[in-house]
Design a protein around this ligand. Structure first.
Ligand code: FAD
Length: 512
């Protein structure tokens, strides 16, 4: 993906587009893949990096959502299970089956959860992974060696999907470009262009060099997640009724030893009625999540101290070796773009995770809500509607069996000398990210092309000076650029840093 060439296409005033997409998270990138693979002239503009907002900060599950079954959302679970099966097939290097144990500390729980999860398997039909089964106490402990065994009766083992969210986003961007789309990061849509009350394009700004340009398009799609209302305001004017109720969810990242194996834990009902996951991910244990409403909309929100306390406290109830704050290697916080039912906010954990598609009087198509797992179906629905709105010649959707480029295998498994003993990355990962994956800034590279900041903040900070030098070498950038990038990384540290971080400033460590 050559950003300069793609930007030149976008800013060429003689070009006109069938579909312009605002937002390069799961939703927007999914729409770009769908539209481009149907043959439409497609452009996507992302104000920050691909997946920088919510789409890099998920629990990394491609799942039907066991808890939605409890809430009676059968349609959503069935759709998600179908999409889970397709993603396992279409991105096998980035999405994999993962076993989970639901531990039983009450005698009836094995049977209660066993029957619910068997129903979950049945709903997946032909696209199921493997069958749910009962585990004895010793079998449960052998799956999760660090599980608290006091009071344990046994467990239920079931299968779901796990993925690397920002790597999948990059694969989607590459696939869209391969099908002819112009997809760029760090380019912000500032305004909707209208003629006779109808949206006919967008005005945008390249956030890297400040270049401003306009795009003409038959249809414009708002796929901006928690930022949906800011684009609706561009359409309807300031004070337009908000439809998004953002809800924050955080994760903490611990050493692998806290699970001790390759099976995750799902606690379907904590004391306060939440779902908790502990998941093996890139040789670490990922623990989450929370559901905190009433938070401001930000690109890189910060975990709250009480959210971290909640996760550490709950992990301590289920692990024999209990984690403490000192064990937290990284944190990350994301905002769910929940669509308010009938304009009411209420308890965000009760708002449905199904998606919302709307067309305004000016013809702006908005796709919001949903889940990573269902991005492909959301994209199909959005493009079907865009065809009607823009009067485009109908072409059938072909993504159900489309293998995503670069997702056949995980490229970030490369051999060679590690940049740091605590991280699985080498110099060739840096080179590839810059030359093929549109990594423009240091945070692009350390947060989303590699997952260094998600796995170990201190290790990511250690490699930052040499990585930025390597990036500058490839891109022909100056020493001032390197310093600016270290300052950029410093700005996003609060999202990823465990609440009390004693480490020195990055910029100061550069000797400035
Ligand atoms: C804590 C948490 C855990 C989750 N776990 C899971 C999970 O395990 N499995 C699952 O299936 N789902 C999960 N989800 C849900 C899933 O992550 C989201 O539904 C999905 O990532 C939303 O994607 P999106 O593209 O709609 O939004 P975003 O990822 O927020 O993307 C919107 C993009 O629009 C861009 N943008 C905004 N304004 C402009 C503008 N003016 N110009 C250009 N670009 C703009 C933003 O920069 C942003 O990148 C989770 C969500 C959270 C918060």
């Amino acid at each position: 993906m050559n950003r300069t060439e793609l930007l030149d296409r976008l800013s060429d005033p003689s070009e006109s587009w069938d579909i312009v997409i605002i937002g390069g998270g799961a939703t927007g990138l999914g729409i770009a893949v769908d539209a481009a693979s149907r043959g439409y002239r497609t452009a996507l503009l992302e104000q920050a990096d691909f997946a920088e907002s919510t789409s890099s900060k998920s629990t990394k599950l491609v799942h039907g959502g066991v808890r939605y079954l409890r809430g009676g959302e059968v349609g959503l679970v069935r759709e998600s299970l179908r999409e889970r099966g397709r993603l396992l097939r279409n991105a096998p290097g980035l999405v994999r089956p993962l076993s989970f144990v639901v531990p039983a500390y009450r005698w009836y729980e094995r049977f209660f959860y066993g029957s619910g999860l068997t129903l979950y398997d049945l709903m997946a039909g032909q696209l199921g992974i493997r069958s749910t089964g009962h585990l004895s106490k010793s079998e449960t402990i052998s799956e999760i060696p660090n599980l608290r065994d006091e009071g344990l009766f046994g467990g239920t083992l079931y299968w779901d999907g796990q993925f690397d969210d920002s790597r999948l986003a990059v694969a989607m961007a590459r696939t869209a470009v391969d099908h002819g789309a112009a997809v760029v990061n760090h380019t912000r849509v500032e305004e909707l262009v209208k003629e006779n009350g109808k949206v006919t394009g967008v005005a945008a700004r390249d956030e890297i060099d400040g270049r401003e340009f306009r795009l003409k398009s038959r249809v414009v799609i708002n796929a901006t997640g928690v930022f949906t209302d800011s684009v609706r305001e561009m359409d309807l004017g300031k004070g337009a009724d908000p439809i998004i109720a953002p809800s924050q969810g955080i994760h903490i990242v611990l050493d692998k030893k806290f699970l001790g194996g390759e099976t995750g834990i799902m606690i379907p009902n904590t004391d306060d009625g939440r779902v908790l996951f502990a998941i093996p991910w890139h040789n670490r244990t990922l623990l989450g999540t929370t559901d905190t409403g009433g938070v401001p909309v930000e690109l890189n929100p910060r975990p709250l101290g009480e959210e971290v306390d909640y996760l550490i406290d709950h992990a301590g109830r289920y692990f024999s070796e209990k984690p403490t704050h000192a064990d937290v290697r990284a944190t990350f916080a994301g905002l769910r773009p929940l669509v308010k039912p009938g304009g009411k906010t209420g308890d965000t954990s009760k708002i449905s995770r199904s998606h919302h598609l709307a067309v305004s009087e000016s013809g702006l198509v908005t796709m919001a809500g949903g889940k990573w797992t269902t991005y492909r179906q959301m994209a199909e629905d959005a493009v079907d509607r865009a065809i009607e709105v823009g009067g485009l010649e109908t072409q059938p959707c072909c993504t159900a069996d489309l293998t995503l480029l670069g997702a056949e295998a995980n490229p970030v498994d490369s051999k060679g000398e590690l940049l740091d003993p605590d991280l699985p990355y080498t110099k060739s990962d840096v080179d590839r990210a810059v030359s093929e994956e549109m990594a423009v800034t240091l945070p692009d590279l350390l947060c989303r092309r590699t997952r260094a900041m998600f796995l170990d903040v201190e290790a990511a900070k250690r490699i930052a000076p040499s990585v930025v030098k390597q990036m500058a070498g490839r891109g022909g950038n100056s020493a001032a650029w390197e310093k600016e990038q270290l300052a950029n990384l410093e700005k996003v540290l609060p999202t990823y840093s465990p609440p009390v971080s004693q480490s020195p400033s990055l910029v100061a460590s550069e000797g400035s």
